[in-house]
Design a binder for this molecule. Structure first.
Ligand SMILES: Nc1ncnc2c1ncn2[C@@H]1O[C@H](COP(=O)(O)OP(=O)(O)OP(=O)(O)O)[C@@H](O)[C@H]1O
Ligand SMILES: [Mg+2]
Length: 503
């Protein structure tokens, strides 16, 4: 039969076997082969390891090549089955056709197109419902392609009209608006595409990007909790912290603003007075809190991605913003007042740190969403370069794990502990993954797979490129304005006008 590349040797089980390779140039690590099982028919297997062994009966130093193969299972209805009887030593091993491998793995039709399977041209498409409702984490060392991979998933989810809120501490995601011009898109069968019509960038009032943003995020400043005030005001002394609790008690259940607390603090005496008023004034001056806050349903809308660009924002304020926005989204989602969707949290170790390592006010609500979000169709995408520093409970709630290159031993250990079914071979593989290659573990696939993440349709970060693009656009606009024949459309309005009415 054509395509025969070896024969099974040694021990074989229904899940894995070794085979002797006829021609070492024909089989390499990461390839897919197929073998016959008398009870259940053809199965595909993944070549996970190859070694050269000297032939014991020869003295000329020639060697033989042995491969280890892990059986992939095959799709039967909604589930993946593995054979019930072992493969048989002596049986022949063949190269697997790509269509057959795809059929065995049973990728979700019309799913989230993440990239190609290993070195093949097999499209890995994941079930969008699993991704959104059962949470995703993307873990890797810095510069390995986490934000890039997240953006690929965001593009796909936007095309499926999922509502997304992106917590963007470094301002990396606005480039989703602009098309990519990378030629490697063609290799993935794709065309450049910008998502300017679906992506809106919001920033806090004092952000350095305020004039570039599509909207300013103002939070509800009514009845801030003592913990929020203590964190934002960076109140360290326990006497001052106690004074804040006391001030809030003085409000006796009435609604209060920061200004009300400042007025109340005027009654204080001694050293604490100046310290408390100073801290409250600092919070007031952020202008983050308002009696006319941004309506939260604006941040989570079917088919739209809202980026909370927190670049240049004090980390303490970032924490409060994430805590308050996520809390309200969760509460509104519970009452069915906003669309189902997903919250993407980049640099998540800052917002849900492992207990005992760090503290954050946002961790409590993110933990709640991780454990209860699926009941209310609210998903999480957790992205981090320090898996060891993220709350383990949150990581363990992420049913889909996308792991790019990780080398730090602590991070490797936390992946080993947090990811079910990860083998020592996979761990070795993770340490060596090239940029943009990911190990993907998801409940819809029986086995973890290596994916060469596809090129983005939209541009990746590169701030200068975006500035160039904006300049070009502005020049075009100027030209259009100079031309009396053409109608000039007002830039104002659009998304905002639709939401709030008026100008
Ligand atoms: N799938 C991919 N295809 C092509 N290039 C990629 C891919 N993934 C990553 N890259 C390249 O690697 C660079 C780093 O990727 P990315 O910004 O996503 O890293 P990161 O893991 O988020 O890093 P950090 O921890 O610094 O945030 C990108 O600028 C891009 O050039
Ligand atoms: Mg990143």
């Amino acid at each position: 039969m054509r395509g025969e590349v070896g024969k099974i040797v040694g021990e074989a089980t229904p899940y894995e076997f070794s085979f002797q390779i006829y021609n070492p140039l024909e089989v390499k690590k990461g390839d897919f082969v197929k073998v016959w099982n008398d009870a259940d028919g053809w199965f595909a297997a993944y070549v996970s390891e190859i070694k050269a062994v000297s032939k014991s009966d020869e003295r000329d130093g020639s060697e033989t090549y042995l491969a280890k193969a892990v059986v992939l299972g095959k799709r039967s209805g909604k589930s993946i089955i593995l054979p019930k009887t072992p493969f048989v030593p002596g049986d022949r091993v063949f190269k697997a056709e790509e269509d057959f491998v795809a059929e065995c793995l049973g990728f979700y039709e019309d799913g989230v197109y993440l990239g190609y399977l290993g070195d093949t041209k097999i499209r890995v498409t994941l079930n969008p419902n699993t991704l959104v409702q059962k949470h995703v984490c993307i873990l890797a060392k810095t510069g390995s392609g986490k934000s890039y991979t997240a953006a690929v998933i965001i593009e796909e989810l936007l095309e499926k009209d999922v509502a997304l809120l992106i917590i963007d501490p470094h301002g990396e995601y606005e480039s989703l608006k602009y098309p990519n011009d990378d030629e490697s898109l063609e290799e993935f069968g794709l065309k450049p595409k910008g998502y300017a019509d679906k992506v809106r960038m919001f920033v806090p009032p004092k952000s350095p990007l305020a004039d570039k943003a599509d909207g300013i995020l103002r939070l509800d400043g009514i009845n801030l909790s003592a913990e929020e005030i203590i964190e934002m005001g960076e109140i360290r002394k326990s006497s001052a912290q106690a004074a804040i609790y006391q001030l809030i008690r003085e409000m006796r259940g009435r609604t209060y603003t920061i200004q009300d607390l400042i007025d109340e603090a005027e009654q204080l005496s001694g050293n604490l007075k100046a310290e408390i008023i100073g801290a409250l004034t600092k919070i007031e001056e952020t202008e983050l809190f308002s009696e006319n806050p941004t309506p939260i349903d604006v941040l989570m809308q079917k088919g739209k991605a809202v980026i909370l660009n927190l670049a240049g924002v004090d980390p303490v304020h970032q924490d409060i913003i994430v805590a308050k926005v996520c809390r309200e989204i969760f509460e509104m989602r519970k009452r069915g007042e906003i669309d189902p969707g997903m919250i993407v949290v980049d640099e998540a170790h800052n917002f849900v740190p492992e207990k005992g390592i760090d503290k954050s006010v946002s961790s409590s609500i993110l933990r709640t969403i991780a454990s209860e979000g699926r009941k209310f169709a609210l998903g999480l995408m957790i992205i981090s370069q320090r898996p060891a520093r993220i709350d383990k409970n949150v990581l363990s709630q992420c049913n889909t794990q996308i792991i790019l290159r990780v080398t730090n031993p602590n991070d490797i250990n936390s992946i080993k502990r947090g990811v079910e079914g990860i083998t020592s071979e996979m761990v070795e593989e993770i340490k060596r993954l090239p940029v943009g290659h990911a190990l993907v573990i998801t409940p819809d696939l029986e086995r973890p797979v290596i994916v060469r993440v596809r090129t983005r349709k939209s541009k990746h970060k590169e701030a200068e490129e975006i500035i160039k693009f904006e300049k070009k656009k502005a020049k075009k606009e100027e030209k259009r304005k100079d031309s009396p024949k053409k109608e000039i459309k007002e830039k104002k309005g659009g998304f905002f006008k639709k939401l709030f009415g008026g100008d």
